[in-house]
Design a protein. Structure first.
Length: 239
């Protein structure tokens, strides 16, 4: 066993964590306050050599995973400890929660791809650009930034949906309504700014396109959810 290599590995891990602690809030602030600059920033960074990209902010996909998806994983872990929650009582959820954490993250990430991937694909198709490895990178990276705040706002929706069979009336329903309005409002705002730049159209027209894209995202979400459930549990789950 090479002790020095182990120490160097620990050093690199700690440095990465320290870097994330610094860049994560900076990136979130950039996304929230400078939404009109997201598209240009990502486009300019992707033109650089790989080792020179995203030195001032976190890379979009990493940012999306750490800020949008990891909190959802933590919430599922917390709900699994609540005996009467759906996560702790329903057989499909129990089987899912017994899988390794990395496997569960892949499953959650695959379903969550519906948002950024759906908008990226629809954006390219509206521009009559073929969807391939190169063309998809820019719009998908941009959408990872755009959807991160929306997925954060989705946390209370996920909590109430999986904590109770029926959402209690009163403050819980008010919280769900507020979260829903916040998600829709944010997406229409940020996508209006981003799509208007990508498509060279007015912001209002871009907002209309974003509203249509959301329908496509819902269909893609349903398809991805059915796919991962089938892969994870087998066709017997639909019997």
């Amino acid at each position: 066993m090479d002790v020095f290599k182990i120490i160097e590995s620990i050093e690199e891990v700690l440095y990465r964590i320290a870097l994330w602690i610094v860049l994560l809030p900076k990136t979130l602030w950039f996304v929230l306050t400078r939404s009109d600059a997201i598209n240009d920033y990502v486009a300019s960074e992707l033109q650089k050599e790989p080792e020179m990209r995203f030195r001032e902010l976190m890379p979009p996909v990493l940012f999306w995973v750490l800020v949008a998806l990891v909190p959802h994983m933590m919430l599922l872990d917390a709900l699994a400890e609540v005996p009467d929650s759906r996560v702790a009582s329903e057989s499909l959820w129990i089987a899912f929660m017994h899988a390794p954490w990395g496997t569960r993250l892949i499953v959650v990430s695959t379903v969550a791809l519906a948002g950024p991937l759906g908008f990226a694909v629809r954006s390219l198709r509206n521009l009559s650009v073929p969807v391939d490895r190169n063309s998809l990178r820019l719009p998908f990276s941009v959408q990872c930034y755009c959807f991160t705040p929306a997925y954060l706002a989705l946390l209370p929706v996920l909590y109430f949906a999986l904590r109770y069979d029926t959402v209690p009336s009163g403050s819980a329903k008010w919280a769900l309504t507020a979260a829903g309005l916040l998600i829709i409002g944010w997406l229409l705002r940020v996508e209006g700014l981003v799509l208007s730049q990508q498509h060279s159209v007015s912001v209002m027209r871009a907002v209309g396109s974003a509203a249509l894209y959301l329908t496509f995202v819902l269909l893609l979400l349903l398809l991805l959810e059915i796919t991962v459930i089938t892969i994870f549990h087998g066709f017997i789950v639909w019997a």
